[in-house]
Design a protein around this ligand. Sequence first.
Ligand code: ADP
Ligand code: MG
Length: 724
Amino acid sequence: MERTDLVKESFEKKVVPAEVPSGKTSDYFGELVFDRKKMCKYLDADSLRGLLSCIEGGCPLDRKTADGVARGMKEWAMEHGVTHITHWFQPLTEGTAEKHDSLIDYDGKGGVIETFDGKALVQQEPDASSFPSGGIRATFEARGYTAWDPTSPVFILDDTLCIPTVFISYTGEALDYKTPLKRALKAVSDAAVPVCRLFDPKVSKVYSYLGWEQEYFLVDESLYSARTDLMITGRTLFGHNSSKNQQLDDHYFGSIPPRVAAFMRDLEVAGHKLGIPLKTRHNEVAPNQFELAPIYGETNLSNDQNQIVMNLMNRIARKHGFVVLLHEKPFDGVNGSGKHNNWSLGTDTGTQLLAPGKDSLGNLQFVTFFVNVLAAVQKHNALLKASIASATNAHRLGANEAPPAIVSAFLGKTMTDVLHKLLELPSGTPIEIAGKKGRNLDLVEIPEIFVDNTDRNRTSPFAFTGNRFEFRAVGSSANCAGAMTTLNTAVAEQLLDFKAAVDKELAGGKTLGVAVMDVLKPIIASVIDVVCFDGNGYTDEWLKEAERRGLDIETNVPRMFTEFTKPSSVEMFTRTGVYSEKELVARNEVKWEMYTKKVQIESRVMVRMALNHIIPAAILYKTAILKEVALSKEVYGDLEHCSTELSLLSDLTRRIDEVRTKATEMREARKKANSITDDYERALAYHEIAESFPALRRPIDKLEEIVDNRLWPLPKYRELLFIS
Ligand code: ADP
Ligand code: MG
C-alpha cells in the first residue's frame, strides 16, 4: 500500500470499544493473581502455614509444602482454563522471558492427565544458554536455573500460569535483574532497621517502596509497519520535524483521544485483574505521548508489575490498531519517554521514613533518612547515572527536555531552609512542625502542609517531592530494578556508616539528638554544596557548575559502565552482599555487548534504509525533474524557464551524494569496530558510530523536505504523531 493510503486508513479507523467487566473494579481486582485470599481458599492448612512463613519469614520451602502449594495453585489455575505453566523471569536482555510447559503428563493408562508438582513450581532449568551472562555461564559447570520467588505472587496470563522466578547460575551468580534487587532490598532493610531502632525499638523491617510512572508513545500499526526503523529499533532514525509538534503544549493533560482512551481502559482492566493498582492515566507533553502510573507498592512487587504492564501494553495496543513505543526517544525534536521511579522507605510499624514525623523525634528520624539519602546519592552519583544508562536512554538524557546526564538532587525551598537552619542551630535543637507551637526562631521548623506541596522541578534527575524522592532519569524501556538495586544499596551502605558514627557518639555519652546531629551536620554541609541543586538543570551553566562541584559529567555510555567496577562501587556492593566482584565484571560485559548490539542494529538499519529507501526515492524525483528539464529545453530551446528545476537538481544531487558518502563511511566504521575483540573497546568504537548518526540523518531529513511528497516512502512525523 502507498504511504498516503496508509495514512488515510489510519485516519479512518474506528474506536474499538473496551471490554469492561460488569460490576465494580474491586469485584475483579486481583482475580488472576494467586494472592492471600486464594491461598486461604485453595491450600490445606499445612501448606498455607509453610508458604506464609516462607513469604514473611524468609524460611526455605520444603518439598512437601511446595507440593501442597502446587496442588492448590493447579486447582485454581484450571478453573481459569490454564493449560500451561511458565517460570517467568527477568534476564539481562530487558523484558521478560518465558518458557511454557504444558501441564500434561502420561497417566500410565495410555492417556494424559494434568500434573503440576512442587518441583515444577520451585525450580526449572531453562535451556538458557543464549541469555547474556557475561562469561559466567561460559564456564563448564555454570548452567542457569530459575527458582520461584514466593514473595512475588503467581499470576495467570491467557492460558498460562506464570511463576515469577529468579534466574541464577549453578555457582550462585545472578543472571537476572530480580536477584540483585532482592539482595539490595534486604541490604537496605538490614541497614535501616538499627537506625530506626534509635528512634523506635519496635521496628523490625524496613520496606523500600516504588511507584513508577511509565511514559510511552502510541503509533498507528499500519504506519508503523511501513517504517523499518520503528519496527526493528523501536525508534525513528530519520524524519523531518512536523511543522506543529509540542510547541503549543496542547497535548499535555489534554483530553484523551477516543481510540486511545479505549486502549487505556482495556489496559487498566487487564492490570486490575492481575492485581496491579493502576491509578493515573493522562496525555504527556509530546503529541501521541501518554503516561500511566499505579499506586506505589513494595519495590520487588511493583517492579514485577511494571514488567507485566509493559508486556500487556503491547498486546492490548494491537487490539486497538496501535503499537506502543517504549523507546526513550522514538522521535527527534519532541520529548522522550522516561519512567520516573518514585522511591521511599517505610517501616513495618507504618512510619514513612522520608516524610516529616508526628513529633520532634519523628522529625529527627525523617531528617536522618533524608540527609543520608542525599549523602548516598552524592557519593555514588556517577554510579547511579551508570545504573540508568543504556544505548537507548542516551538519546534522551541531556536532550534538552529531560534531566541532563548529571545526577544532582532537588530539595525545594522548604527542605533547603530546614537544612540551613539545622546547620545554624546547636545540635539537639528540636525539629518541630511549624504552627504547632507558633513561630519560634530558636527551633527548626517544618511547615505543616508539606506533602505534595513542595515546588516541582522537572529538570532534576532526583527530586524530593514531600514524602519520597523521584528518580526521574530512569528510561522508559528500562527494568526499574537496575536503578532500584543501586539506589537501595547506596543508601544501605550510607546507613551502615552513619549508624557506626552515631554509636561512637552515643558511647561518648551524648544524647541521641546531639549525637545524631553531630554526625549529620558535616554531611549536610557537604551535600548542600555539592549534590543539592535546585536551579535549571538544562542550562550550560549547570554543566560547568556541576563539573566544578566534582559531580560526574560523563556522557559516554560505555565509559559510564566502568563505574560499576571502580573500587568504591565494588566495596559498596560486596559489603552489602548485593553483587560479588565477579558478578559486577560479568554484568559490565553484558552491558557493553548489549550497547554494541543496539547501536550496531540501528546503524545497519540506517544504512540500508538510506540506500534502499531514501536514495531510490530521491533519484526517482530527480529523474522526473531531469525529464522535465529536457522537455523544457525541447520546447523553449533554452533552460531559462527551469531555474527552479535546476536549483532543485543541484540540491538533490548534493544531498544524495552526501547520503551515499555518509552511509559508506558508517559501514566502514562498523567493519573496523567489528574487528575489535575486547567488549569495552568495541562498545567505545560503537559509541563513536552512534555519534555519527546525525551526520547521515541530516541530509536525509533535508531530502524529505524537498522530494515530492507523493514519492516519499516513509510515513512522516506529522502523520505518525497525530492520532485523530
Ligand atoms: P506526578 O505528579 O509526579 O506525575 P503521579 O501521580 O503520576 O505523579 O505519580 C506519582 C507516583 O508516586 C505514583 O505511583 C504514586 O503512588 C507514587 N508515590 C506516592 N507516594 C509515594 C511514596 N511514599 N513512595 C513511593 N512512591 C510514592
Ligand atoms: Mg505523572
